[in-house]
Design a protein around this ligand. Structure first.
Ligand code: HSE
Length: 342
C-alpha cells in the first residue's frame, strides 16, 4: 500500500531549492523502495506561497527552482500573494512541515512561531533552521511530545551527515567531551587561505559563492553558527548550554601572515569548538594544530567531530553543509517520520 506524505516547505533559498530538486529526482525511487509518495503541496518564501493540494509533479518542482529569490508568488497558476499559515494548512492539509527559514538568533523568528504553529496543528516538523532549537529546545520538544508529533533536525549539525542520529543513539554512554570543526564556511575559508594564500575577504567571497555560508555570513566567521550547533548538541546530551555562555573567537582576525608563520612552524590554523560536557563549558577557539593532527586533514566544507565517552572515542567526518547533502538529510528525516507513522 502506498502512503502519501504531504509536505510544506517554509523558506525557499538554496536548501529549499536543493530539496525540491532532490524530491523531483528521487520521489519515484523512494516510492518504489518504501511505498511512500512524497508530495510537496506548498512552498513558502518571504513574500508569498505556491500551493497545490494534490502535490507538484516533478516538472513543476524543477520549474519552481527557477523562480527568482522571494518569487514563489510568481509561480502561476499556484501563486498566492503574502504568507498565511492558516491558508497554507487549510488548503493543503500537510503531514510534515519543513522549516528552512534563516537562523536568526535574537528572536528565533519566524522559525519559532512557525514550528509552534505546526505542532499545534498536529503536524510533524523537520527543521534545518537552528535558531528555534537553540533558543527554545525544551519548550519545542515538550510541546511536540504533548501533541504526539515528531521534531527531526538532522540537517542542523554536520548538515550533510547523520551525526545527530548517531549521537542520539549513544544511549549507554557517558559523554565526557565533544570537540570539532562544526562550521563549513569557516573551515573552507581557512583552507583557502592555507592552500591558495588568498586573504580572508577573498576566501569569504568564495565561500558565499558556494552557497554554504549563512544568509548573514558573520554568523559563520564569528563562531555563532558553531556555537548554535554546540547548543543543540548540549541539549541532546541533556547538559543544555545557552549560546551566550559559549566563548567565541572570530576567524576574521586571522591574517595571511598568521597562516604563513604557522605553516613555517609545522602547524595549521583551525577554528575548533570544544565542549567539556562534565564541566558544562564550551568555547570556539582559533588554534594552531600540528599538521599530523586528524583535524588538520579535515578541509574545505568538511566537518569533523570527536566524541569522547567513558567507553570509547568516536570520530565523525562528513559534509557540514551544501544544498544537495543537506537536502538529503531533510529528506531522510521525512522518510523516517513516514516509516514510523505508517
Ligand atoms: N553556514 C553553515 C556552515 C551551513 O557553514 O557550516 C551548515 O550549517
Amino acid at each position: 500500500m502506498i502512503k502519501r506524505i504531504k509536505i510544506v516547505v517554509i523558506g525557499f533559498g538554496s536548501i529549499g531549492r536543493a530539496l525540491a530538486k532532490v524530491i523531483a529526482l528521487k520521489r519515484k525511487t523512494i516510492n518504489n523502495k518504501y511505498g511512500i509518495l512524497i508530495d510537496v503541496v506548498g512552498v513558502v518564501d518571504s513574500k508569498g506561497m505556491a500551493l497545490k493540494a494534490d502535490g507538484f509533479d516533478e516538472y513543476e518542482l524543477l520549474k519552481l527552482c527557477e523562480v527568482p529569490r522571494s518569487g514563489v508568488n510568481l509561480f502561476k497558476p499556484y501563486a498566492y500573494q503574502g504568507v498565511d499559515l492558516d491558508v497554507l494548512y487549510n488548503s493543503t492539509q500537510p503531514d510534515v512541515h519543513i522549516e528552512l527559514t534563516p537562523s536568526e538568533y535574537s528572536s528565533g523568528e519566524p522559525g519559532i512561531s512557525n514550528i509552534i504553529y505546526a505542532i499545534n496543528r498536529g503536524v510533524h516538523v523537520v527543521t534545518a533552521n537552528k535558531a528555534p532549537l537553540v533558543l527554545k529546545y525544551r519548550e519545542i520538544m515538550s510541546s511536540a511530545l504533548s501533541k504526539g508529533v515528531e521534531i527531526r533536525f538532522r540537517a542542523t549539525v554536520l548538515g550533510g551527515t547523520p551525526f545527530i542520529d548517531t549521537l542520539m543513539s549513544l544511549r549507554s554512554h557517558d559523554i565526557e567531551r565533544i570537540e570539532g570543526i562544526l562550521n563549513a564556511t569557516s573551515n573552507f575559508i581557512l583552507t583557502e587561505m592555507h592552500e591558495k594564500l588568498v586573504d580572508f575577504n577573498e576566501a569569504l567571497r568564495m565561500a558565499q559563492a558556494l552557497g554554504v555560508a549563512e544568509a548573514n555570513p558573520t554568523l559563520d566567521v564569528d563562531g555563532v553558527d558553531a556555537a548554535a550547533k554546540m547548543v543543540i548538541i548540549s541539549n541532546i546530551l541533556e547538559k543544555p548550554l545557552k549560546i551566550e555562555e559559549i566563548y567565541r573567537e572570530s576567524i576574521s582576525r586571522v591574517t595571511l601572515r598568521d597562516i604563513i608563520d604557522a605553516v613555517r612552524q609545522g602547524y595549521i590554523i583551525k577554528s575548533i569548538t570544544f565542549f567539556d560536557v562534565r564541566g558544562g563549558k564550551a568555547s570556539i577557539k582559533i588554534v594552531k594544530i600540528p599538521k599530523s593532527d586528524l583535524f588538520a586533514q579535515i578541509n574545505g566544507i568538511m566537518n569533523g567531530v570527536r566524541i569522547r565517552s567513558d567507553a570509547t572515542e568516536i570520530v565523525f567526518i562528513g559534509r557540514g553543509g551544501g544544498g544537495i547533502e543537506t537536502a538529503h538529510s531533510i529528506l531522510d528525516d521525512v522518510i523516517s517520520i513516514a516509516l514510523h507513522y505508517s
